[in-house]
Write a protein that binds this ligand. Structure first.
Ligand code: HEM
Length: 304
């Protein structure tokens, strides 16, 4: 990806400016959740919609187009979806993003895709429409389910650790630290760091040869007991800032600031607004996503 073209969209400064709008989206989703009669699926009502609503606006799509983004999460997070459903979805999404970028080239607005198209032209980056679509698609693929799954699983961890949840409710300034600990503890994208060695390299007592594939599990690094004492314990007071849940190096997650801010706002607001939140089914009945690139929950039935 032409990473440098979109880096300015994800700086801490730009993401901080989105805080009020993120708070508004989260509040509206929690209002909708509370309008249910005492039970709801938190994945459907909160975890999936927050990143898609926000991203729809960041890309400069019309609010009426939210269905494309909603459908994306619905298909990718649904355990019944087939390979065919996903292929159809990707084709639909590419068509939609292509039309949107063409519109932004003709009639730019104050949004990510307009700025991307303008930069491409002004800096002579030479990207054609298909290249721009693939950048936009990567942002959707990388940004939606990751954040949604962290909201779902993170909520579950907080419900299972009522003492920590109580501390966070009493002192919301701890939330930032707790989010890093959740990212470390859950390591939901632990096999995302896929590489091919370009030269022979020694790692410990192993030689990896040029051309060999490597999956550097960030989950293993985040649960390394020589770095994090008792790594299997969820501890909101530990300093987990140096976790590798967003990977490391040249391809480190571009959306880390955006993910962190969304998670902080969601958990802080959820704990404050629904102090009686609890699981509506025994944890053994929850359906977890296994075998994909990202770890998550299909549904999270809650009551209050
Ligand atoms: C909690 C949520 C998230 C987690 C755990 C996460 C994790 C990761 C990981 C592990 C990588 C792989 C990096 C590598 O190959 O070394 C990655 C890449 C990436 N992420 Fe995220 N991510 C999250 C949210 C987001 C968001 C909100 C966006 C923004 C749209 C985003 C955009 C990207 C992009 C564009 C890449 C590819 C970067 C590149 O190849 O240069 N991610 N992410």
């Amino acid at each position: 990806m032409q990473r440098r073209l979109v880096i300015p969209e994800f700086t801490a400064h730009r993401i901080q400016a989105l805080r009020p709008r993120i708070q508004q989206i989260v509040d509206e989703r929690i209002d909708a959740l509370l309008a249910d009669d005492g039970t709801a699926d938190l994945v459907k009502e909160l975890a999936a919609p927050v990143p898609s609503l926000l991203f729809c606006e960041m890309l400069g799509a019309d609010p009426a187009d939210i269905d494309y983004f909603r459908r994306y999460s619905e298909v990718t997070m649904n355990r019944e979806s087939t390979q065919e459903d996903v292929a159809t979805l990707y084709a639909e999404m590419d068509g939609f993003l292509g039309r949107l970028i063409t519109e932004k080239e003709k009639d730019p607005g104050d949004d990510l895709l307009s700025r991307l198209a303008a930069k491409n032209r002004e800096e002579g980056a030479g990207l054609d429409l298909a290249d721009l679509v693939s950048i936009a698609r990567l942002l959707v693929v990388a940004g939606f389910d990751t954040t949604a799954n962290m909201i779902g699983l993170g909520t579950l961890v907080l419900l299972q650790n009522p003492e920590a949840a109580g501390e966070l409710r009493a002192d919301p300034s701890l939330t930032r630290k707790a989010v890093d600990e959740l990212l470390r503890f859950l390591s939901i994208a632990d096999s995302a760091t896929v590489r091919v060695a370009t030269a022979d390299i020694e790692v410990g007592d192993i030689t990896i040869r040029a051309g060999e594939g490597v999956i550097a599990s960030n989950g293993a690094a985040n649960w390394d007991s020589t770095v994090f004492e008792n790594p299997h314990v969820f501890d909101i007071h530990r300093d987990a800032r140096n976790h590798l849940a967003f990977s490391y190096g040249a391809h480190q997650c571009l959306g880390a600031n955006l993910a962190r801010v969304q998670l902080e706002i969601v958990f802080e607001t959820l704990l404050a607004r629904i102090p009686t939140l609890r699981l509506a089914v025994p944890v053994e009945e929850l359906s977890f996503m296994h075998g994909g690139h990202i770890y998550g929950l299909h549904e999270l039935p809650v009551a209050w």
